[in-house]
Design a protein around this ligand. Structure first.
Ligand SMILES: [Zn+2]
Ligand SMILES: [Zn+2]
Length: 294
């Protein structure tokens, strides 16, 4: 049986449920031959994941997922085959994570003002790393205010809710530049949805000339029609159709680890592209000053 591929997963280094080592053990059980770890705004899980992958004979790709803001929604940018140990790159990630922490803290303050008693200390404990909204959601569940992560987003921390706090802004182009500053390969994550393919089409020329290499096409819940639309778009811009499940743990995303077919060609093309970029002097990246929305 051909081995499975999953190029979009999260661990406890960001908002996943499983440690990098546990994630790799699950990958082995799921007969995954190639796995990328793409935690939000951090590569802190990559060293542990790489060691576990080597022990289990799984082909491992160091990755990241950077959240960016556009009018009308968010765009997530995956980065693959990063030279993640570069100090300038790590410094920028640290600034981004600190911005996230401030956001999490503000959400807790707003919840407290609403009479919801969860503590920032507990949220940080639950995160054990980069703090994200799922950790606030978990604290809400644990304290009995909601029954599920989804309900926490619907009632308290989703857009338009009492404790929603906007993110610090990074554009998709910033994320492409950030990833290429570590000689990584930028790929737009789950491109369908907000802000939609029409908007996306407008940005693709600029993003591809800045170094974008792929579109996440074989994504967890996408229908065959959506997959086809994205394959067509990828072909048009000579982008690599990649794929993965966005696995965070049970009950967060509907697709199980390795549960979406990703063609081996996606990995082969990424590797060929990585070989061209690695070892070169990367372009420098300057983080734009953080500006809070509203
Ligand atoms: Zn995402
Ligand atoms: Zn993700």
């Amino acid at each position: 049986m051909a081995q499975k591929i999953d190029l979009h997963t999260h661990s406890t280094a960001s908002d996943g449920i499983y440690s990098p080592t546990d994630l790799l053990h699950l990958a082995q059980q799921a007969q995954i031959g190639t796995l990328a770890l793409t935690d939000h705004d951090t590569t802190d899980g990559v060293v542990e994941a790489a060691a576990a992958a080597a022990a289990l004979n799984i082909d491992f790709i160091p990755g990241i997922e950077i959240n960016t803001d556009v009018s009308g929604g968010e765009v997530h940018m995956l980065g693959y085959f990063l030279e993640y140990e570069q100090p300038a790159f790590q410094n920028i990630l640290k600034v981004l994570r600190e911005a996230r922490i401030l956001r999490g803290q503000r959400m807790v303050e707003l919840l407290n003002a609403e009479g919801v008693e969860i503590s920032w200390a507990r949220v940080r404990e639950l995160a054990q790393g980069a703090v994200g909204r799922p950790h606030v959601a978990k604290a809400l569940m644990e304290a009995g205010y909601v029954q599920s992560i989804g309900e926490a987003f619907d009632k308290y921390i989703g857009k338009g809710c009492p404790a929603y706090v906007p993110r610090y802004k990074l554009t998709p182009l910033d994320a492409v530049h950030l990833i290429t500053s570590a000689n990584g390969l930028p790929v737009i994550a789950h491109p369908i949805g907000l802000p939609g393919l029409v908007e996306l089409r407008k940005w693709l020329p600029e993003l591809t000339s800045a170094g974008l290499v792929g579109l996440e096409t074989y994504y967890g819940p996408y229908t065959p029609e959506e997959e086809q639309q994205l394959r067509t778009l990828a072909d048009e811009y000579d982008l690599i159709p990649t794929g993965g499940t966005d696995f965070h743990g049970p009950g967060i995303h509907p697709t199980q680890l390795g549960g979406r077919h990703v063609p081996v060609e996606a990995v082969e093309r990424l590797k060929a592209e990585a070989a061209k970029r690695h070892g070169r002097i990367p372009p420098r990246f300057e983080l734009p000053a953080p500006v809070e929305e509203k």
